[in-house]
Design a protein around this ligand. Structure first.
Ligand SMILES: [Zn+2]
Length: 69
């Protein structure tokens, strides 16, 4: 059902919210994937005003837009 898919997406965004907030605050070290909790942590790459956070373990990739006001 579509409603269920939207719920899943919303919960996915909420587990990553903490990571997105940390990256926005400039804390990119020692981040742990909220989905698989891989001990190796997350890879953070910055490119042209965007930050790509990826998990080498579960292959999740999350793009963070950095506010540059
Ligand atoms: Zn992961």
């Amino acid at each position: 059902m579509d409603d269920h898919a939207e719920d899943r997406l919303a919960s996915l965004e909420s587990v990553w919210y903490e990571i997105v907030e940390a990256v926005n605050a400039g804390r990119t070290a020692g981040l742990i994937c909220p989905e698989c909790n891989a001990p190796d942590g997350l890879t953070v790459e910055e490119a042209q005003g965007r930050v790509i956070v990826s998990c080498p373990n579960c292959k999740r990739v999350v793009e963070v837009g950095i506010a540059t006001a």
